[in-house]
Design a binder for this molecule. Structure first.
Ligand code: FPP
Length: 248
């Protein structure tokens, strides 16, 4: 199945990839194998999103809270991200995928930041799917950083306090030039946002599916798109607003 036959495709799908550890536990395997199987699901999902005509795919790869996991697991996750960028960058670039990274870049140690910057730089002019990797990302932290930038502009006299509006916050977030997600999917049966895109999710459709992330694939992604197409989005009004979704 190359492309789902749907009237409405979300412009932006964001995914909380959850359940790698439980997938491994269920099979008596080390958690790290759940994470590496999770990378295969990432590859398949990136391809499926591009094929479906989704413009932005955001993946929650590493949260600002994930540093509190045991050091070996943190190192495993960083190693997987490193390998993903080193091994897959050339192919993603060939497929015209643009990579963007959101999250706090301050204080990142070692080769991770240069690798993420290289991925962004190499693919910056690509025009197919934009793959947004949320790394060292926490939504409250992102909002705090945005508010600090705004406070500096207020202090400098560029903005008056009573002129502050939602757009001034949005334009200072890491996602400034990225549309809000139309659909947020979380795998593994957990039903919460866990500090992911809290500001941007104001009108997102939320979909919680029971499957663990390593089992996620093209079919489950297309099933999610079908559920999205059947939802009635009203944005606080009375009718569906068709301008936010791509018809194709
Ligand atoms: C949640 O599973 C998943 C993560 C914390 C990390 C997701 C990372 C990857 C899939 C690999 C690297 C990403 C990219 C973009 C190459 P969990 O460990 O919380 O599972 P559990 O809740 O079952 O313990």
């Amino acid at each position: 199945m190359a492309k789902p036959d749907l009237a409405i495709i979300p412009r932006h799908v964001a995914i909380i990839m959850d359940g790698n550890g439980r997938w491994a536990n269920k099979r008596g395997l080390p958690r790290t194998l759940g994470h590496s199987k999770g990378v295969e699901a990432v590859r398949e999902t990136v391809r499926a999103a591009g094929d479906a005509g989704v413009e932005y795919l955001t993946l929650f790869a590493f949260s600002s809270e994930n540093w509190s996991r045991p050091e070996t697991e943190v190192n495993d996750l960083l190693g997987l991200l490193r390998r993903f960028i080193r091994r897959d960058l050339a192919e993603l670039h060939r497929e015209n995928v643009r990579i963007r990274v959101i999250g706090d870049r301050e204080g990142l140690k070692g080769d991770i930041l240069p690798l993420l910057l290289e991925a962004e730089e190499t693919t910056r002019d690509n025009t197919a799917l934009t793959l947004v990797i949320a790394f060292n990302y926490g939504s409250r932290d992102e909002i705090v950083r945005a508010v600090k930038k705004l406070a500096v502009d207020v202090q400098a006299g560029f903005v008056q306090p009573d002129e502050i509006n939602a757009g001034m916050i949005s334009s200072r977030l890491d996602t400034a030039d990225i549309p809000d997600p139309d659909l947020i999917i979380r795998t593994s049966g957990e039903e919460r946002l866990s500090n992911f895109l809290l500001w941007q999710a104001a009108y997102s459709e939320l979909l919680f599916i029971p499957d663990y992330w390593p089992d996620f694939d093209r079919n489950l992604f297309f099933d999610a798109l079908k559920v999205f197409a059947s939802r009635d989005r009203r944005f606080g009004g009375l009718t569906n607003n068709p301008t936010t979704a791509v018809v194709g």
